[in-house]
Ligand binder design. Structure first.
Ligand SMILES: [Zn+2]
Length: 584
């Protein structure tokens, strides 16, 4: 049995993100210093979350009382031994395995990896030789602009339709078990056959230039078009970037350009764009982001300009930005992919396009302005809400402010409203009276800051029974909207039953977990003396919203009688608003 030094074990534990690892098995919601979710262990079935994780690296389930650090979690969850758990986590964190040989630890696992690399290298040579002997495959590549030099650089090859790799490797003395583990052959009722057949082969190298797997592409219309090696002990798609081994040396001075496929990588690289990489049949994920971060801070996502390409760019840029990377998005015109573009217009034109790439935030906002009609009031509210969400993720204060101003101008919405909305989306709601109690003109515009006020007030009410009483004494009632009205109703009921810890009660014992969790991200330090002002401000918003609806109804109805009733109501609401504002 192999051993690790304590130093190595500590390094692996320190490099593991327990929140990320647990999140693969259960959805976690942050609440204060901890994350909460439903217990992921199969023998504990629960409906309300009692499983907690501290980002510092420990977990504990209040239901089944299981707990420990990230190693214990992986052992329990994936049914691994301690050694296997450390190996698993080291791979996740991309830390090369170091066994403690002084303690008689064996290098068995390690040499098995070496064997797989060796098998893969032999397979790549075999495929390359096949390619050189198969004119149809060479012709296919040259028609796609891949000449002899690119074939050599990338070690491309060809797997024969009838197979032959198994016999070739067996003749070289490799064991069937190792070939199976390398995922190059399959076994079915005693018959062993090649995994890849009739495909152009792309060896996949890790950053240390070991061949860890293969991609295979058909030359005709048959399916699947692309086939990658299945994951095994040396091949983890989620942490692999195709061509990173070649791109890495140039990354210190150039941004990484991420494209969708092998062909794009080979074509761009061959034409002088050296820092190009691609994911391998998986979407860009957090693991990729943390690997990229080791080599560069700047990434350009270069995807097809069609709708799946845009979606991938939106998703990918958020993941990369979360890792603190500077992300730009480049969508190519006229249905071009990077390969077809550089072949049609050349390297210089491509570099010019790269220089024009938009920052991810600009790209996301532009997409929203395409999706919604700013002149429509409902559309504008949705646009602002989604745009605020996007901007709230911008970390830099200066950029943040720049986008807030831009949004305010582009939607013709007061800057204070836009800022408020962004604050709320970022879970940074400030309870400053300027932000919340400013009598913004709600009758013309259903101020999107309205929900900021709602959330702040509800959070205040959730914090204590005394707060709740102050709220009702100031004339507060259930004038919240949608799900927040449900939440208020529930709190009213629970306080009446003598509830003392409202947040806990809502999260553990009600159906309103999500709404309560949203509130836990809001801050509400409203001074007791200011409560009546906040209540009035909320009321003003409610009247304002009603007035807006009535105005619309008045415009729509035909009967004079109905119109008269509506106008009376309108007068009443206006009077109420005036009273509120004058503090009567
Ligand atoms: Zn449990």
């Amino acid at each position: 049995m192999p051993y690790f030094t304590q130093e190595f074990i500590n390094k692996v534990i320190d490099s593991s993100d327990i929140v990320r690892i647990v999140s693969r098995h259960t959805t976690l919601t942050r609440k204060g210093q901890r994350y909460w979710g439903l217990c992921p262990f199969p023998d504990h079935n629960e409906k309300t979350p009692s499983f907690s994780v501290k980002p510092e690296g420990v977990y504990y389930c209040f239901g089944c009382e299981k707990g420990g650090n990230v190693v214990n979690f992986v052992m329990e969850m994936n049914r691994l031994t301690f050694t296997e758990a450390i190996e698993f986590l080291a791979n996740e964190a991309n830390i090369p395995l170091e066994y403690d040989t002084s303690r008689g630890g064996s290098q068995e696992r390690h040499s098995s990896k070496k064997t797989i690399y060796e098998i893969n290298r032999n397979a790549a040579n075999y495929y390359y030789t096949n390619l050189m002997k198969t004119p149809a495959a060479l012709k296919y590549l040259s028609e796609r602009g891949i000449g002899a030099s690119a074939v050599k650089t990338f070690g491309l090859g060809y797997s024969l339709p009838e197979g032959g790799l198994y016999a070739h490797l067996r003749d070289k003395g490799f064991r069937k078990e190792d070939m199976l583990e390398a995922s190059l052959v399959r076994e079915n009722s005693g018959r062993v056959y090649d995994y890849f057949r009739g495909r152009i082969m792309y060896p996949i190298l890790d950053v240390n230039n070991n061949i860890v797997g293969f991609g295979g592409r058909v030359m005709d219309k048959s399916e699947p078009k692309y086939l990658n090696s299945p994951e095994n002990s040396v091949f983890y798609k989620r942490s692999m970037l195709y061509n990173l081994n070649r791109a890495k040396s140039a990354l210190s001075s150039n941004p990484m350009i991420i494209v969708e496929g092998y062909m794009d990588v080979i074509s761009l690289y061959d034409k002088g764009i050296k820092t190009v990489c691609a994911t391998l049949g998986t979407a860009l994920g957090e693991k990729h982001a943390s690997i990229i971060k080791r080599y560069t801070d700047n990434v350009i996502l270069c995807y097809d300009g069609d709708s799946p390409g845009k979606k991938a760019a939106l998703r990918g840029s958020s993941i990369l930005e979360n890792e603190g990377l500077n992300v730009k998005v480049l969508l190519l015109p006229d249905d071009h992919d990077p390969d077809s573009y550089i072949r049609a217009y050349g390297t210089k034109a491509f570099i010019d396009r790269v220089a024009e790439a938009k920052y991810a935030t600009d790209f996301k906002l532009d997409e929203l302005f395409l999706k919604y009609d700013v002149s429509d009031v409902n559309d504008r509210a949705r646009l602002l809400s989604e745009a605020a969400e996007t901007v709230s993720q911008v970390r830099d204060e200066v950029k943040w402010d720049y986008y807030a101003q831009q949004l305010s101008q582009r939607t013709d919405t007061p800057l204070s409203t836009v800022r408020n909305l962004i604050y709320t989306k970022g879970g940074r709601s400030t309870a400053s009276p300027e932000n919340l109690a400013s009598g913004s003109a709600p009758k013309e515009n259903p101020s999107p800051a309205y929900s900021a006020k709602e959330l702040t007030m509800l959070r205040y009410i959730m914090d204590s029974r005394d707060n709740y009483l102050r709220f009702t004494e100031a004339g507060g009632a259930n004038f919240f909207t949608g799900e927040m009205a449900d939440l208020y109703e529930e709190m009213e009921k629970l306080y009446a039953q003598g509830c003392v810890d409202m947040e806990k009660e809502l999260i553990y014992n009600t159906e309103l977990v999500r709404q309560a969790a949203l509130l836990s991200t809001v801050e509400a330090d409203i001074p007791a003396g200011d409560v009546p002002r906040y209540v009035n401000s909320l009321l003003a918003d409610m009247y304002g919203e009603k007035l807006r609806q009535i105005k619309k109804q008045i415009d729509d109805v035909n009967s004079t009688k109905d119109k008269t009733v509506l106008i009376q109501e309108q007068r009443y609401l206006k009077q109420k608003l005036i009273e509120l504002k004058s503090g009567v």
